[in-house]
Ligand binder design. Structure first.
Ligand SMILES: C[S@@+](CC[C@H](N)C(=O)[O-])C[C@H]1O[C@@H](n2cnc3c(N)ncnc32)[C@H](O)[C@@H]1O
Length: 253
């Protein structure tokens, strides 16, 4: 039987990797890499460094190009489904052709595989094809949300309170709760939140040497964050940022 692990490697700092992930890395024969294009070169480099640091026996990288994705689709959901189908075909071929019976392969996932990552869904799709059999395990990692709260030295929730985790696209429809984490926001959607009693805790390149942190009243820092974000994105060619919006009137921390 082939063995496939989906390993969360943490969201930035090489030391975010867990002991469980290191133990899994040590037994790998094959590491599957998906090339997401030049802008994410820094992230691909970090993945390779993690492997070279922790895998002590001979192993192989097997790399495939991420399929093209329609960035301005009429239907967002349909475009994502088509993209996932193309990815599933690529993953299936990689597992079937590059992982021999009895070998252990892995996809290394940024942060944690359960949070805004499609690897698990795609691997489930591959399993459903029934063209290649494998045993699957998932190893959790430190998410960008945990990196954000740790670096700002704040709690994620307030006492007994709920937390909403969402995307910039969803935030554009309105603030869903008193404590809202926003990811995947290329548009600085926090600008559209007009409520006066809100604090923002913003972090970019969390855990890396390029990390930027800004926090304070949203109305005071909105323009500054947009400017800093634009400059950093231009400098690096890419950016990953996450933020928590916290309504301050009423709640206790
Ligand atoms: C496709 S999702 C992957 C999330 C990842 N699985 C996790 O556990 O954090 C990518 C989004 O995660 C956030 N993100 C990931 N790494 C980050 C980092 N080092 N600093 C800030 N935000 C990050 C950003 O919101 C980015 O748009």
């Amino acid at each position: 039987m082939r063995k496939l692990s989906i390993i969360g490697i943490g969201a930035g700092h090489p030391d975010y990797i867990t002991v469980q992930a290191i133990k899994a890395l040590e037994t790998l024969d094959v590491v599957f890499l998906i090339d997401k294009g030049e802008e994410k070169d820094d992230l691909a480099k970090l993945r390779r460094e993690i492997c070279e640091r922790h895998i002590k026996k001979p192993f192989r990288f097997v790399e495939a190009k991420d399929p093209e994705r329609d960035r301005k689709p009429v239907s967002y959901e349909a475009a994502v489904t088509t993209w996932h189908d193309k990815r599933a075909a690529i993953y299936e071929a990689m597992i079937r052709n590059e992982l021999a019976d009895g070998q252990h392969g892995a996809f290394l996932v940024w942060g944690d595989p359960s949070l805004y990552d499609s690897t698990l869904r795609i691997v489930d799709q591959v399993a459903a094809m029934q063209t290649v059999a494998f045993e699957l395990d998932v190893i959790p990692g430190i998410t960008s949300v945990q990196a954000l709260t740790a670096r700002h030295r704040i709690t994620l929730n307030r006492i007994g309170g709920p937390v909403h985790i969402t995307t910039g696209r969803q935030l554009a429809k309105g603030l869903p709760g008193d404590d809202t984490v926003v990811m995947l926001d290329g548009e600085c959607t926090f600008k559209t939140v007009k409520d006066d009693g809100i604090d923002i805790y913003w972090g970019a390149y969390l855990g890396t040497e390029d990390e930027i942190l800004i926090s304070g009243r949203l109305s005071d820092h909105s323009a500054e964050i947009e400017r800093v974000r634009t400059e950093a994105r231009a400098r690096h060619g890419w950016i990953m940022d996450t933020y928590l919006l916290r309504k301050t009137s009423g709640g206790s921390q």
